[in-house]
Structures are given as structure tokens and as C-alpha cells.
Design a protein around this ligand. Structure first.
Ligand SMILES: Nc1ncnc2c1ncn2[C@@H]1O[C@H](COP(=O)(O)OP(=O)(O)O)[C@@H](O)[C@H]1O
Ligand SMILES: [Mg+2]
Length: 261
């Protein structure tokens, strides 16, 4: 069976800057891929190219057997790619529950906004959405579920990150993209994040995950498939031990941030 996501020679230029330089990789169903690399290496750009935020200058993206290069983001989400962003994109004044429901808009017939104003069938659809959102929150954390009627902006950092993941899952993705989920977390929160991702994998063995990470403790927890980018180019790929000991990877991190672990 073909891979779930195949990126072939993706290049992204911004004026004279080559943010991605002919990067190719693929990920299978149920696999976790960790993407590492120094700041500015092109990691978030890679997510933006996969999710149609940017159309690559050249190269191709195939997802689930279909060419999606440059398809608009909402179509990519509808095909089954969910993501979180490096900086929070929650609606902080809306409730926790509403933030999850918003993540479902590609899966509802009338759309979430329509459901708020229209009677009958869409009201029933809305009720189903609430039920599903509550299930997602419960599965994520009992504590988060308890806070479902509070504004998302009042959540602690770790719960906010959980909520972002729950919202991405609400679109029923086959592939989940997490952009630096551990950023701003202390050790205890990072351990909880690792446990969350492990649980997710157990509960959804078909789900594929691409994880951009700067924290090597997280990468070490998902060591099977790691890829390192530097200055837009893929410089190493393999299991964590192989990538970590690659001289080019060590050099890329020298004077930037040490690859410890
Ligand atoms: N929209 C954009 N316009 C111009 N330059 C950009 C844009 N997005 C990213 N870049 C540049 O591309 C490079 C890679 O950025 P990014 O993918 O965010 O790196 P990373 O996520 O690995 O830290 C950086 O030099 C960044 O400044
Ligand atoms: Mg980034």
C-alpha cells in the first residue's frame, strides 16, 4: 500500500530565501515522524506547504493517494490533515467546548455557524457536535472536560495545548501535524504531553503524526523515524540514534542548541 503522505522535492522560496530546498520524505499509516532542526530551518514552512497555506515553488505533495499540491487549506483539512500551530490559535473568548466544535466545521453539513442560527436538522446536527466534542475532551483529559464551559483563554498552558490537539482531532484527521507542541512547557508538562501522544497512538493506531520538536526528550520518546532539516534541506533521516550521531546534525546544532539526550 502506498504511503499516507509523500512529499517529493518540495522547494519553497520567499524572494531570494530558500526556506525549503527539494525536501522529499514520506510517512506511512500509523507512523510517527519527528522533524528536528535549528530555528529557521524550514520546519514550519514544511507544514505550511503540506497543508496548502503555501503552494510550493516546485515539487509535489501527495496525500492518501491524491495530489494535493497547493490545494487550499480547508480542502486539505477535509481530506484528513489536522494541525496545530506553533503559536496558539485558539479563540480565547469562546468556551473550550466551542473551540473543539469549530474544529468540526469541515465535517458538518450545514457548518457550525449555520447550525447556530438554523432550526430543525441543523440544530440536531449541532447537538451531535456537542456530544462529539464532549467525548473528545473527555478522552483528552478529565480536567479539560470539567472546564469545557470556561473561556479557552483562562486555561493553563498545558491544557491549552491539549485543547488545540483536541480541536485538530475534531476534523477526524488521518494525519496530525503538531508544530512544537512542547514549547513553553516545563518537564512535568512535557512528560504529560508525551503520555498524551502515546495514548493517542494506542487509541487511534491508524493515525499518523508528524511532530516538529526542539525538545529531544520528546523526540527520544518517538524514536523510530526522525528527520533533520537545516537551511531548508533534509540533512539526515533514520531512527533517533542514527540521526543524533550524524556529524551533519551535530554541526547544525553546534552553537545553536545542543542535541542532548
Ligand atoms: N511567509 C514568509 N515570508 C518570508 N520568509 C518566510 C516566511 N515564512 C518563513 N520564512 C522564512 O523561512 C525560513 C524558515 O522558517 P520556518 O519554516 O518558520 O523555520 P522553523 O519552523 O524551522 O523555525 C526562515 O528564514 C523564515 O524567516
Ligand atoms: Mg517553526
Amino acid at each position: 500500500m502506498s504511503q499516507l503522505l509523500e512529499v517529493n522535492e518540495a522547494t519553497m522560496r520567499f524572494g531570494g530565501l530558500v526556506a525549503l530546498n527539494a525536501v522529499s520524505f514520506s510517512i506511512g499509516r500509523g507512523e510517527v515522524l519527528a522533524v528536528i532542526g535549528p530555528n529557521g530551518a524550514g520546519k514550519s514552512t514544511l507544514f505550511n506547504v503540506v497543508t496548502g497555506v503555501y503552494r510550493p515553488t516546485s515539487g509535489h505533495v501527495r496525500f492518501d493517494g491524491i495530489e494535493i499540491t497547493g490545494h487550499p487549506s480547508h480542502q486539505v483539512v477535509a481530506r484528513g490533515v489536522g494541525r496545530t500551530f506553533q503559536t496558539s490559535r485558539l479563540f480565547s473568548d469562546l468556551s473550550v467546548l466551542d473551540n473543539v466544535i469549530i474544529g468540526m466545521h469541515t465535517r458538518t453539513k450545514t457548518g457550525v455557524l449555520g447550525a447556530l442560527f438554523l432550526p430543525g436538522a441543523s440544530r440536531r446536527e449541532m447537538a451531535a457536535c456537542v456530544e462529539k466534542a464532549e467525548l473528545l475532551l473527555k478522552a483528552s483529559s478529565g480536567e479539560l472536560f470539567e472546564q469545557r464551559h470556561r473561556p479557552a483563554g483562562t486555561l493553563a498552558q498545558a491544557d491549552r495545548r491539549r485543547l488545540e490537539i483536541a480541536r485538530a482531532l475534531a476534523s477526524e484527521p488521518k494525519l496530525l501535524l503538531l508544530d512544537e507542541p512542547s514549547v513553553g512547557m516545563d518537564e512535568v508538562e512535557t512528560d504529560a504531553l508525551i503520555a498524551d501522544i502515546r495514548r493517542l497512538r494506542t487509541e487511534r493506531p491508524e493515525l499518523s503524526v508528524i511532530l516538529i520538536e526542539h525538545d529531544m526528550r520528546v523526540v527520544e520518546a518517538f524514536p523510530d523515524h526522525v528527520m533533520c532539516v537545516d537551511y531548508g534541506s533534509k540533512i539526515a533521516e533514520g531512527d533517533f540514534a542514527t540521526v543524533k550521531s550524524d556529524p551533519r546534525v551535530q554541526e547544525a546544532y553546534l552553537g545553536k542548541a545542543a542535541v542532548h539526550a
